[in-house]
Design a protein around this ligand. Structure first.
Ligand SMILES: N[C@H](C=O)CCC(=O)O
Length: 427
């Protein structure tokens, strides 16, 4: 007899808070029982009841090559056979560092860590250590992991559950964090004119995938770069989600912007726990053992994660990879918009590379306020109707979606046919 999602969820709640190891998995905002997965291959994964789904979450971004890509599986198996962890330098981690520095010219030196949270937290500490200043700026609805200093008016799960600023974060800790509106140039100019010389760093998602998906106005990022330079503050681009997901040069290449520091994660680990922070050599050299800023990790540069990440980065450098991925993603978003229009549903969508946002609103939002104005109830009904059709979108209207290189014409067609049935029946 097969076990059901419901049975596993009931048992999980006894032993794991909320039954999940990361809140956004709990289906709290969309309601219902989370799906427990047991196997994935390419664009599909299967739950414990044997039902298959086309996956548009891709483990929240890393799986740009789909589930269990044969080349990635092979290098992981080889790496495991050679030892799971050394806690000492390896040639492979050097290869990864050289590759990241080559692909992203703004990165002169890089350090590997195990999660996006660690990368964000380390970049902020480094920026403070380098500048000797405490104050930082972030933007409402952007999420940079769950480090105390950055968990203020955050996006992603924090926003989903209506607690964008977490309990347990001391007021003194976040008294140095100034939160501004995304894409608001005037607000930025005002903050710098008042406090410019106190600001250690500004951290921003150039394409904010943690409040569905909002694109920064090029002018907003250009002004941000200029103000940081003028005031000696460091610009930290959070490319954990966009890094090697929107294109080979990441969002910084698309916008033509040179950050002082970049944080990366997701795709660079190929589905394994790996992230990185890197940037200007003079800044990075403030890190221990060279400088006074301490940062460390037992599993940093883990050889198995590095193997998966290196192979993933090799695959995405194949000629035409991002052109194909972008076309495929647009095929999905354009198709969904066309079907919604046909049935008079207020719906819009946009994408960048293999990342997309869908909105129950007339136009793609440009600000946090516009994100909040989208019809969340309509999204929840859509989510469940599509889930029943075997299409797995992120279980939150505040999360971006992801397409992999294994999503083909057949998967897009199945998805659009399902959306047609859902919109035809009415939400
Ligand atoms: N948006 C989050 C990460 O980027 C979603 C993943 C999580 O919180 O578990």
């Amino acid at each position: 007899m097969t076990i059901t999602n419901q049975q596993l969820f009931e048992r999980s709640q006894q032993f794991i808070p909320g039954g999940v190891n990361s809140p956004v998995r709990a289906f709290k905002s969309v309601g219902g029982t989370p799906v427990f997965f047991q196997r994935g291959q390419g664009a599909y994964f299967w739950d414990v009841e044997g039902k298959s789904y086309i996956d548009y979450v891709g483990s929240w971004g890393p799986l740009i090559l789909g589930h269990a890509h044969p080349a990635v599986v092979k290098v992981v198996q080889e790496a495991v056979q050679n030892g799971m962890s050394f806690g000492a330098p390896t040639a492979a981690e050097l290869e990864m560092a050289e590759l990241l520095c080559t692909l992203l010219p703004s990165i002169e030196q890089v350090r590997l860590v195990s999660s996006g949270t660690e990368a964000g937290m380390s970049a902020i500490r480094l920026a403070r250590g380098f500048t000797g200043r405490s104050r930082i700026i972030k933007f409402e609805g952007c999420y940079h992991g769950h480090d105390d200093a950055l968990l203020v008016k955050a996006g992603s799960g924090a926003l989903t559950f209506g607690n964008p600023s977490s309990a347990g974060v001391p007021a003194e800790t976040v008294s140095h964090t100034l939160v501004l509106d995304y894409n608001d140039v005037a607000g930025l100019e005002k903050a710098f004119s008042e406090l410019g010389n106190e600001i250690a760093a500004v951290i921003v998602e150039p394409i904010a995938g943690n409040m569905n998906l909002i694109k920064a106005d090029p002018e907003f990022l250009a002004v941000l770069r200029k103000l940081c330079t003028q005031h000696g503050s460091l610009l930290v681009l959070d490319e954990v989600m966009t890094g090697f997901r929107v294109g080979l040069q990441c969002a910084q290449g698309i916008y033509g912007i040179q950050p002082d520091l970049t944080i990366l994660g997701k795709v660079i680990g190929g589905g394994m726990p790996m992230a990185a922070f890197g940037g200007r050599r003079d800044v990075m050299q403030c890190l221990a053992p060279l400088g006074p800023v301490y940062q460390a990790g037992t599993l940093s540069g883990n050889p198995v994660a590095v193997a998966a990440g290196l192979e993933t980065l090799r695959q995405i450098q194949t000629e035409g990879f991002f052109e194909k991925l972008s076309t495929r993603t647009r095929q999905l978003t354009d198709g969904l918009v066309a079907v919604a229009r046909k049935y008079g549903v207020r719906f819009s969508a946009q994408s960048e590379g293999g990342m997309f946002g869908i909105y129950f609103g007339e136009n793609p939002p440009k600000t946090f306020t516009e994100v909040m104005a989208c019809d969340r109830e309509a999204f929840n009904r859509f989510f469940h109707a599509m889930l029943a059709e075997g299409i797995y979108f992120a279980p939150s209207s505040f999360e971006a979606g992801f397409v992999s290189s294994t999503h083909g014409d057949a998967e897009i067609e199945k998805t659009l046919n399902a959306a047609e049935r859902v919109f035809e029946q009415g939400l």
